[in-house]
Design a protein around this ligand. Sequence first.
Ligand SMILES: [Fe+2]
Length: 363
Amino acid sequence: MQSSERANPNERNDADLKQLYADFEAQNLMPLWTQTNDLMPFHPKPKAVPHVWKWSTLYPLAQRSGDLVPVGRGGERRAIGLANPGLGGRAYISPTLWAAIQYLGPKETAPEHRHAQNAFRFVVEGEGVWTVVNGDPVRMSRGDFLLTPGWHFHGHHNETEHPMAWIDGLDIPFSYQNDVGFFEFGSERVTDYATPAFSRGERLWCHPGLRPLSGLQNTVSSPIGAYRWEFTDRALTEQLLLEEEGQPATVEQGHAAIRYINPTTGGDVMPTIRAEFHRLREGVQTPGRREVGSSVFQVFDGRGAVQLGDTLHKLEKGDIFVVPSWIRWSLQAETPFDLFRFSDAPIMERLNFARTQVDGDER
Ligand SMILES: [Fe+2]
């Protein structure tokens, strides 16, 4: 059995030792033996904490920002970051991930810019905004998952008389921590105000099982700007129908799930962010699991709950929660329950830190 604390090999506290530590400090040195438990724990001990943000709280606050804060060059976006209470006041939902609610008022334009950080949008409600990514106008509608990979110019414009809000996900904390960020301003207005139903990227790439011969070169991020709700919904519906027919299709009994992929590689949509959509049948409870790396979920539809560590949190449409590294989590569906999920799994897998532990699974 492992002890939860490792012994300090040097408990002496005489004057020589005090002087040694003072001399270390004067030379910008720190002994490992006084900080092993923190630097090299037996398992991940995240400073980020599990937390739930209610949509019924987030949306009215975003609305008030819409009344009081203009959107334009400088601030760039009316986006409100979800700050993990364990991360010292920064707008980081986890050590690697950023999540924000973004709000665009009637007829507003968010100017174009680009940055090294990878970004996506997920739309839990509303329509009428187009995001223009490297000059390609992409419609944003309920249930759509939209990509803005690193260093792609992007701006948004609302064509309607009503506001629209959605969530943004980025790798800002990871980029900040590792000093990899670049940023560049683009056009004050979006470069193309056309409002096509489908972007050029979708017209080229979104035909099931078909790859254009003009696109045989693999790309690090997906060339698809929007993953439409119609396809996601149909894929999940078919998984559950196949399960009813006794065919293997779901990830667990009553749990359908898809991963959004880069069609050139079959891998994740962007180098740092994984995105998935999960659908549970009414009454289903997923086995408790914990994973290295952090995840964020948003309830798209239905009611249920999530067990995060020792606490059960009730959930309804729009609610967002974060699962920090190695925190045990389990979903419970009170009604048919749809959830969008994103995570830093591509980073953890690429660097060989990924680990998963599922209740009842002794692998
Ligand atoms: Fe941006």
